[in-house]
Design a protein around this ligand. Structure first.
Ligand code: ATP
Ligand code: MG
Length: 679
């Protein structure tokens, strides 16, 4: 018979030669044999029904297995039954059924077929049997088929960021190949979700069999704990931590670890994969030095942007504080974007640097996936709305994404989604300064705006860009290897030292300059690393340029004053809207004059002009103007603190009461001295 031929072709695995459906099993053979004996006895005693009972599909199947392994024994048994009076007809039926069924059953399948695919030493959890013909459950009545194709686990994956463990579930596909799919443990534990996940990808699982499969997978995981290979995976790039210490680094798909580290794989997820694809290497280290670093070496912006790429991955391990941005702004075609590309070449293919034309949610997902790697955004002019730029700078600076709700569980109406986190440095370019998109004073302390023409000529720009596209991904990896072999304590001390020195140097330049000093300190530590791994020293005074940027940054950082100036300018421009002294008691005897004084003012009264003394502006008008000017409401409180507005003992919310056209009104009062000093 066919089956026997097959069996004979596999002399190396004689013991697995059992039979369709089930691999072994002496105890199963014994059970069948025992049942056969019982049947023979029952039939001999006149119970012919006992023969018909073997027509039940499961028993037919087992009988067929028995036939394949012990042909003579079954033949003898059938002969025995057929010899009993009235038994012949039934035995013929049984023989026919045995034959007919045989064609329906899968090819001779052996545990051996699937055995090679299972993890070494795999043991089926009782009462399940994983064979090439499917997954079976052993019952008193014999093995019951659960799935028509085998299914097993070949890897146990631990997500290192705490996103939960996963199993790599494998099954034979329709075409015979093996499909492997990473499924979160939480999904593998729910029959409904497991069906949705696996059936979509072609596994033979149904809502009926799912609960058995769930139990089987769970028990198989436990039983084979020592035999299923474990892998650490990460759905984020950047540093991989273990026990609070950086253990290794995922630069794209490549894991950089210490020699004894078995490694961490990038968790395959479509979005992460496509992002990681850009973070590979191309060209050579020597090529990078020769064609990117050398031509750009006289540009301070190039060096600061390059250091920033390295500083980004120091933020978390050295605890450098909240994320920041560095920004190159200025006229068009000065090489701002080119420098961005040259800097990006530290980690990635510069052609993959995205533009500002993206949504806030998109940036959030990107920053969270890149984790420690710098967030690059080119050309703020491309942003859909200026407000988006401000929102991104603000969000990135917080290091966390938006807090989002989700449908609640356990009786709660709503729950909270885990918020995304990152700790990176940003890199942006554009015609306008990044800080000009927002009036938020806090943003000014977190954006280092580089000034001055970045590159010497268009020719240099072209060379650098071409060089960066050809040679990239080397410097970042070198620094990571250096860091993994080195001493974090030394670098922390360096940062503390630099911070102290810069704070002192920038003290006179105001709070914002002082805070920007932190970024420069981080860049200094990064510079130390960049040159420690073999990049030649710059051919320009990088740090003078950095300090100039800090000082420059503080100059336009006084937002309350900027707001005051803006409001004073509007007062001057809309002077006609102000009621003024001498108007309270109109000369009633002259109707013409009266009319002039009460003539409706275009746009309505804005306030009252107290000559030589102060200007009163209606509360709502100030709020409206601040909003139009892009200043926030907190500005009024800052004005009060800085003494820019006058209040009286009876002031409510920093307003004073005055009379305009015979009516009492709440106004903010700006003394004339402010106009003289600042307008
Ligand atoms: N310093 C420079 N002098 C003259 N031409 C330059 C200079 N820098 C760049 N270019 C030219 O301008 C082109 C655009 O360069 P790049 O994209 O870096 O400029 P950019 O400053 O980002 O300009 P934009 O504001 O338009 O984005 C380059 O291909 C190069 O030929
Ligand atoms: Mg540009």
């Amino acid at each position: 018979m066919m089956r026997d031929d097959k069996h004979d072709e596999r002399p190396i695995k004689p013991d697995v030669g059992a039979i369709a459906g089930v691999y072994v099993l002496d105890d199963q053979t014994d059970t069948t044999r025992e049942q056969m004996t019982q049947t023979a006895a029952a039939v001999a005693a006149g119970d012919l029904q006992a023969i018909t009972a073997w027509l039940e599909p499961e028993r037919i199947r087992r009988l067929r297995q028995m036939t394949a392994a012990h042909r003579d024994e079954v033949a003898h048994w059938l002969g025995l039954l057929g010899n009993v009076r009235g038994g012949g007809k039934r035995v013929t039926e049984l023989r026919r059924a045995l034959k007919a069924r045989a064609d329906d059953l899968p090819d001779a399948v052996q545990r051996g077929d699937v055995g090679a695919d299972l993890p070494k030493g795999w043991q089926d959890p009782k009462p399940y049997i994983c064979s090439a013909a499917g997954l079976y459950r052993d019952t008193e009545q014999g093995a019951v088929r659960i799935t028509s194709r085998p299914i097993w686990i070949d890897q146990y994956l631990s997500e290192v960021n705490g996103a939960g463990d996963a199993l790599r579930i494998c099954w034979r596909s329709f075409g015979g190949g093996i499909v492997r799919r990473i499924v979160p443990r939480a999904v593998a534990a729910s029959s409904r979700e497991l069906v949705a996940e696996l059936a979509t990808h072609g596994a033979s699982i149904t809502s009926v069999s799912a609960s058995d499969v769930v139990r089987y997978l769970d028990e198989a995981t436990t039983k084979n704990e020592a035999r299923i290979p474990r892998r650490d995976v990460s759905s984020r790039l950047g540093w991989i931590y273990r026990d609070g210490e950086p253990r290794g680094f995922l630069a794209g798909r490549e894991y950089i670890g210490r020699p004894d580290d078995p490694g961490v794989d990038l968790m395959s997820d479509d979005g992460v994969e496509s992002l990681a694809a850009a973070y590979g290497t191309a060209g050579t280290w020597a090529g990078y030095l020769e064609e990117v670093v050398r031509p750009a070496s006289s540009s301070a912006a190039f060096w600061l942007s390059t250091y920033n790429q390295i500083a980004s991955v120091l933020v978390r391990p050295l605890d450098l504080g909240t994320p920041w941005f560095i920004d190159r702004s200025g006229r068009t075609s000065q090489g701002k974007s080119t420098i961005g590309k040259a800097a990006a070449a530290v980690w990635q293919d510069p052609r993959a640097v995205p533009s500002w034309n993206t949504s806030k949610a998109g940036v959030e997902a990107r920053a969270a996936t890149l984790r420690d790697l710098p967030l690059m955004l080119d050309d703020s002019k491309e942003a859909r709305r200026p407000d988006d730029v401000a929102a991104v700078v603000y969000m990135h600076g917080n290091g966390t994404g938006a807090i989002r709700g989700k449908p609640g569980s356990n009786g709660r109406a709503v729950g909270l989604r885990a918020t995304e986190k990152w700790s990176s440095a940003g890199d942006s370019s554009g015609e306008q300064r990044l800080t000009s998109f927002t009036q938020d004073a806090g943003a000014r302390a977190r954006v280092l705006c580089l000034i001055g023409s970045p590159l010497a000529s268009g020719e240099v720009a072209r060379r650098v860009q071409l060089g960066a596209e050809t040679h990239h991904g080397h410097l970042g990896r070198r620094v990571v290897r250096h860091l993994l072999a080195g001493d974090w304590g030394d670098l922390k001390a360096r940062f503390a030292d630099e911070s102290k020195r810069l704070t002192r140097a920038l003290k006179a330049d105001g709070a914002v300059a002082e805070r920007l000093g932190r970024i420069v300190a981080a860049l200094k530590v990064a510079a130390y690393l960049v040159h420690a791994v073999g990049v030649p020293e710059p051919e320009c005074d990088v740090w003078a340029a950095a300090l100039a940027s800090c000082r420059h940054g503080s100059e336009d950082a006084d937002q309350p004053l900027a707001a005051l100036r803006y409001v004073m300018q509007r007062c001057a421009a809309e002077r006609a809207r102000f009621w003024h002294t001498g108007c309270e008691k109109p000369a009633a005897q002259d109707p013409a004059e009266d009319e002039r004084l009460y003539r409706p003012v275009h746009g309505g009264f804005a306030g009252r002009w107290n000559h030589e003394k102060s200007v009163d502006i209606l509360e709502y008008v100030v709020r409206e103007w601040l909003r139009r000017g892009g200043f926030d409401e907190g500005t009024i409180e800052r004005w009060h603190e800085s003494g820019y507005i006058e209040t009286t003992a009876s002031s409510r919310g920093r307003t004073v009461r005055t009379r305009i056209a015979g009516q009492t009104a709440s106004v903010y009062r700006i003394p004339m001295s402010m106009f003289e000093r600042y307008a």
